[in-house]
Design a protein around this ligand. Sequence first.
Ligand SMILES: [Zn+2]
Ligand SMILES: [Zn+2]
Length: 192
Amino acid sequence: MSPITATPSGIRWSTTYARSTTYGAIHSRLRRTRGRAAGYACTAEGCDRPARYWSWDRRGPSRTGLNADGRPVVWGTDIATYSPRCPQHAAFIDHGGTDTRCPFGHDRATAGRKHTECRACHRIRNRTRYRRNRMNAQAPDVAAAIQTLDFPDLVAFLDGLTFGAYAALVPHLSTTTIRRLFDHYAALETPA
Ligand SMILES: [Zn+2]
Ligand SMILES: [Zn+2]
């Protein structure tokens, strides 16, 4: 059903579409009721750039679905939980962090950035890649080696694995670590 209907008095949004919580419906409702994000200033504290996107604050009711690339995405279903943000601050929030903290909790002001990534995370990723390469080169017991990684390194390491390799390593992790991983992934999926 088309979201808009022609009526004698003009164009009317269908009531079905008005209640819809699909990604497309939420974004057209945002534009219709709050206007274009580009007309606002970015709401991140201390940012003086113009906004470009209606960016979800990662709070309130949400839905999960697949985007055009087939990747899972989460979006808010209440338009009051969106704020106008510039591209950088929209990306900060979209990737699971906040205006002031990266997704792993590093202070953005002191950590700095490497391209668009938190510099502290970038360092960890490089270190982890180095360790992974070394592990592959020396072919030691990977299950034993991952016990030495601290949590952010472990997450970065697991992120780089195929699902099969991931599944093979999970039984070697402690219950506490698995619970922490579970909480970590859940926090990326659901609003605080
Ligand atoms: Zn901004
Ligand atoms: Zn970081």
